[in-house]
Design a binder for this molecule. Structure first.
Ligand code: NAD
Length: 290
């Protein structure tokens, strides 16, 4: 397939590389002038899309996605599929779908989970939203870049699934960190707490797979001085997107709101650049009234 790829950052570059390795003909563009081995560089975004059968975007936020789509959608080939893998607000995702539909292009919102490691290994999970014909055209590319894809529903459903999942993750990670911080003060051994919780009703991904306590459970960023992993500011981004969505549809998400406020305070107070599980040392330094 001839593929245009826009946004060759931490995630986009390895994803584009995997498409090249699978034999696709990839032409890429990034405002920062990034180049990727095997990806033909384009001088402008429109040059990357004008003869592409599929266009993948992997951009920082909804405002940038909208401005890039305004530029590239008119230049894309009729019948091409536009696949946005960025994490953005549901409204921007729907606006991007509308721009594509207005000019007879197929579109899918397909945010990912799995991080930089998953992007490099081709083991991402894609959460897709859009019509069946668009999804079916994009599916072979998801199969190259990832190991699991769920077609979640119509336009915007992929973004909705992503922020709902990450709202659970943010809340559960704080809960796990609170329990380990409390256990310390109760003089309960961290390993013993892990042994109990990981096989009890408190078990969850945040403790079983990604334990925030160094030296406890499987290897995680906590064992590597809390180097990300999944950076605290990216968790904050997704939590804030969940709150924006909740406000738009008048949904009650009180724990999501609290998790957003706690990650905001953590990021502002020096957590930027640390893994989101470093909420544990952050809470250990705070008292009951935090
Ligand atoms: P990044 O900042 O490393 O990459 C974004 C790239 O987009 C940059 O190289 C930037 O120069 C480029 N860009 C910005 N504006 C542009 C424009 N107008 N035209 C062309 N290129 C432009 O970010 P990332 O970590 O690769 O994340 C990309 C997206 O994936 C984000 O939406 C993020 O939330 C999501 N995501 C990231 C991770 C992760 O672990 N990094 C995990 C899941 C999802």
């Amino acid at each position: 397939m001839k593929i245009g790829f826009i946004g060759l950052g931490n995630m986009g570059a390895p994803m584009a590389k995997n498409l090249v390795a699978a034999g696709h003909d990839v032409i890429g563009f990034d405002v920062a002038g990034v180049t990727v081995d095997g990806v033909e560089p384009a001088g402008r975004a429109v040059d990357a899309v004008k003869s592409a059968e599929a266009v993948v975007t992997m951009l920082p936020n909804g405002a940038i996605l909208r401005s890039v789509y305004e530029e590239i959608v008119p230049a894309a080939v009729e019948g091409a599929v536009l696949i946005d893998c960025s994490t953005v607000d549901v409204e921007s995702a729907r606006a991007a779908h509308k721009l594509a539909a207005d000019t007879k292009k197929l579109s899918v919102d397909a945010p990912v989970s799995g991080g930089i490691g998953g992007a490099a290994a081709g083991t991402l999970t894609f959460m897709a939203g859009g019509q069946d014909d668009a999804f079916l055209m994009a599916k072979p590319l998801f199969d190259v870049m990832g190991q699991k894809t769920v077609h979640c529903g119509k336009a915007g459903a992929g973004q909705a699934a992503k922020i709902c999942n990450n709202m659970i993750l943010g809340i559960s990670m704080i809960g796990v960190c609170e329990s380990f911080a409390l256990a310390d003060k109760l003089e309960l051994d961290r390993q013993k707490l892990f042994d109990v919780v990981s096989t009890s009703s408190g078990s969850c991904w945040s403790v079983n797979t990604y334990c925030p306590a160094p030296g406890v459970g499987p290897a995680s960023p906590a064992d590597n001085d809390y180097k990300p992993g999944f950076a605290a500011e990216l968790m904050l981004k997704d939590l804030l997107l969940s709150q924006q969505a909740a406000e738009n549809v008048d949904a009650a998400t009180p724990m999501g709101a609290l998790a957003s406020a706690l990650y905001q305070a953590f990021v502002d107070g020096g957590g930027r650049g640390k893994d989101f599980s470093a909420m544990l040392p952050h809470l250990m330094n705070a008292g009951h009234k935090q």
